[in-house]
Design a protein around this ligand. Structure first.
Ligand SMILES: N[C@@H](CCC(=O)N[C@@H](CS)C(=O)NCC(=O)O)C(=O)O
Length: 208
């Protein structure tokens, strides 16, 4: 039975549709319209207690029993384990993936997300303060990623779930006001990732 993907058309939702496509795992989408507050409906909170997308339900989970998973990092690790793809077995290689996966979940998401928020604030002084603060931090995060990619093709040793996680947010660079021309190594990686057929399918699937 296919995996249920509960998501919406956002960076965190897209990470998982991209990973599912790249891993060639069968799935079906259950749109959770976060503009309508569907993420806080009691039935949905049973699988995602924080009231956020994405979440998945795998009817064919460990031991043949269904499993639900929330938090995109946990979902990506699970899908990597299940498919045996983009998630190395060797601990040294796996740690490299975890570092960049955590970098995304802890930083490159929460910080540019603040730019998305402050860009819509109406009070001029609040907006200016918020944008200044979070655009600066966002550029710093891009700088770190640019340095990482200066000497390598992917964030870890090879293409991994960390790339899918970071891609979900890099996809929104215009919204957090970053010009990729300022970060040429990120741009090269971004263009290479977006040219992958699996990634293109992951971004094309209807999530809203
Ligand atoms: N740490 C979470 C963040 C998820 C998240 O921020 N989801 C947003 C959409 S991108 C959401 O559901 N927002 C709705 C809300 O907060 O009510 C993850 O990585 O899965």
């Amino acid at each position: 039975m296919p995996i249920e993907l509960h998501a919406f058309d956002t960076p965190n939702g897209r990470k998982i549709s991209v990973a599912l496509e790249e891993m060639a795992l069968p799935y079906e989408v259950r749109i959770v319209d976060i503009r309508k507050g569907q993420q806080r409906e009691p039935e949905y909170l049973k699988i995602s207690p924080g009231g956020m997308i994405p979440a998945i339900v795998d009817p064919d989970g460990p031991g043949g029993e269904a499993i639900s998973i929330f938090e995109s990092g946990a979902i990506l690790i699970y899908l990597g384990e299940k498919s045996g793809k983009f998630w190395p077995r060797d601990l040294r290689a796996r740690i490299r993936v975890l570092e960049w996966l955590m970098y995304q979940v802890g930083n490159f998401g929460p910080v540019p997300g603040q730019v998305h928020h402050f860009a819509t604030v109406e009070d001029e002084a609040d907006r200016r303060y918020g944008l200044e603060r979070y655009m600066k931090q966002t550029r710093r995060l891009y700088g770190v990623m640019d340095l990482r990619l200066a000497t390598r093709e992917f964030f870890a040793d090879e293409l991994s779930i960390a790339d899918f996680a970071i891609l979900g947010w890099a996809w929104r660079h215009p919204r957090h006001k970053v010009d990729l021309a300022d970060f040429p190594n990120v741009r090269r990686w971004y263009e290479m990732m977006m040219a992958r057929p699996g990634v293109a399918r992951g971004f094309a699937v209807k999530l809203s």
